[in-house]
Design a protein around this ligand. Structure first.
Ligand code: TYM
Length: 331
C-alpha cells in the first residue's frame, strides 16, 4: 500500500485537463492506497484572490472532487490551510532552497513573464510549498499531469537534501504517477498546447459546463481547410482534437476520423460534433452531482471537518519528528 497525495489549486472550476491529468487517477488510487487529496488554497494566494472568491473556489473544488467520485470515507480529503504544519515545513524547507534553482523553474519563469507586475516570493518558492504538501504525509506517489513533473523533481531534491543534511533516511522520495505509462497532457481547444483555466476564454471545457456551452466551445475549436495530401502530418491544433477525442470517444470513432483525415475526406464539423457529444456524455452525470452537492452545505462541512482531522493527525506526527531531527527540542 502506497501513500498517495495530490492537490489542485482552487482558482476556478475543474476542467478536463484536471480530470484526465489528475482526478481520474485519484479515483482509481483511493481503492487500494492510503490517499490524501487536498485543495491547495495557500498556493492560490500567489494570484491575490479576494476573500469571497477564495472561499467560493475552495467550495467549488470540494464539490467537484466529490462529484467526480472521490470518497471521503476511503480518502482523506482536506483543505490545505486547515493544516498550519504545512506552512511550518515550508518555512523549514525554504532555508535550504536556493535562489538559483528556484529561478530556473519553468513555471516560475513563465509566470514572471506573464505577470511582471506580480513576481512575488510565493511564486518563487512555490516548489518548496509543494514539496511540503507532499512530504508532510511522507507520500511516495503523486498523481499529477505532465505539467507538474518539474515541481516533483524539485520535491525529490528537497527531500533528498533534508535526508542528507540530517543523515536520516526520513522522507521517502516521491514520484509522479499516472495509470497510463506516461504522464498526461490534455491540450486546450484554442490550439494552445495545454488546457488550463488561465489560458483564455474557450480553451478549457469545465466539468460544470452545460451541454450548450460545451457544444459552443468545441465547435469554436481551431481547425483549418483540411489536409490536401493523403497521410499528411497533422498540425498541432488538429492533433489536439484527436488527443481530446482519444480521452472521451470510442476507439472506433477515433479510428474513423483518422482514416477520413488520411484520405483527405475529413469534415471537421462532424468530428467536432462527435467530440462535443462524447464530452457531454461524460460530463453530464458529474454536472448533475455538482448541482446536488452545491446545495448540501451540511455535508460539505462534515467532509471538510473529517478530512482536516485525519490529515492533521498525519501532519502533526511528521512535523513533530522533523522538529526533533533538526534540533527544536523540548527542555
Ligand atoms: P493545478 O491546480 O494547476 O492542476 C491540478 C492538477 O491537474 C493537472 N492538470 C493537467 N493535466 C494534464 N493536462 C492538463 N492540461 C492539465 N491541467 C492541469 C495538473 O497536473 C495537476 O495534477 N501545483 C499544483 C497543485 C499542487 C499539488 C501539490 C499537486 C500543489 N501542491 C502537491 C500535487 C501535489 C497545480 O498547480 O496544479
Amino acid at each position: 500500500m502506497e501513500i498517495v497525495l495530490s492537490g489542485i489549486r482552487p482558482t476556478g472550476n475543474l476542467h478536463l485537463g484536471n480530470y484526465f491529468g489528475a482526478v481520474k487517477n485519484f479515483i482509481k488510487m483511493q481503492e487500494e492506497n492510503k490517499c490524501f487529496f487536498f485543495i491547495a488554497d495557500y498556493h492560490s494566494l500567489t494570484t491575490h484572490p479576494t476573500p469571497a472568491d477564495l472561499h467560493g473556489n475552495v467550495k467549488q473544488v470540494l464539490v467537484e472532487y466529490l462529484a467526480t467520485g472521490l470518497d471521503p470515507e476511503k480518502s482523506t480529503i482536506y483543505i490545505q490551510s486547515d493544516l498550519p504544519e504545512i506552512a511550518e515545513l515550508y518555512l523549514i524547507l525554504n532555508m535550504n532552497a536556493y535562489m538559483g534553482e528556484l529561478e530556473r523553474v519553468t513555471t516560475f519563469k513563465e509566470k514572471a513573464r506573464k505577470q511582471p507586475e506580480n513576481v512575488n516570493a510565493g511564486l518563487l518558492t512555490y516548489p518548496s510549498l509543494m514539496a511540503a504538501d507532499i512530504i508532510i504525509h511522507k507520500a511516495s506517489k503523486v498523481p499529477v499531469g505532465k505539467d507538474q513533473e518539474q515541481h516533483l523533481e524539485m520535491t525529490r531534491t528537497f527531500a533528498r537534501r533534508f535526508n542528507r543534511m540530517y543523515k536520516e533516511d526520513f522522507f521517502p522520495i516521491p514520484t509522479a504517477y499516472n495509470f497510463g505509462e506516461e504522464l498526461v497532457k490534455v491540450p486546450g481547444l484554442d490550439g494552445s498546447g495545454k488546457m488550463g483555466k488561465s489560458e483564455g476564454e474557450g480553451n478549457a471545457v469545465f466539468l460544470a459546463d452545460d451541454p450548450t456551452t460545451i457544444r459552443k466551445k468545441v465547435m469554436r475549436a481551431l481547425t483549418d481547410a483540411g489536409p490536401t495530401e493523403p497521410n499528411q502530418q497533422k498540425p498541432d491544433y488538429i492533433d489536439n482534437l484527436f488527443s481530446l477525442m482519444k480521452l472521451v470517444s470510442s476507439p472506433d470513432a477515433v479510428a474513423f476520423f483518422h482514416e477520413q483525415y488520411n484520405k483527405c475526406a475529413i469534415r471537421y464539423g462532424d468530428m467536432k460534433k462527435q467530440l462535443a457529444e462524447d464530452i457531454i456524455v461524460f460530463t453530464e452525470p458529474v454536472r448533475q452531482r455538482i448541482i446536488e452537492l452545491s446545495n448540501n452545505p451540511e455535508y460539505l462541512s462534515k467532509v471538510a471537518r473529517m478530512g482536516a482531522e485525519k490529515a492533521h493527525e498525519s501532519a502533526r506526527k511528521t512535523i513533530g519528528e522533523v522538529r526533533e531531527i533538526i534540533g527544536f527540542r523540548a527542555f
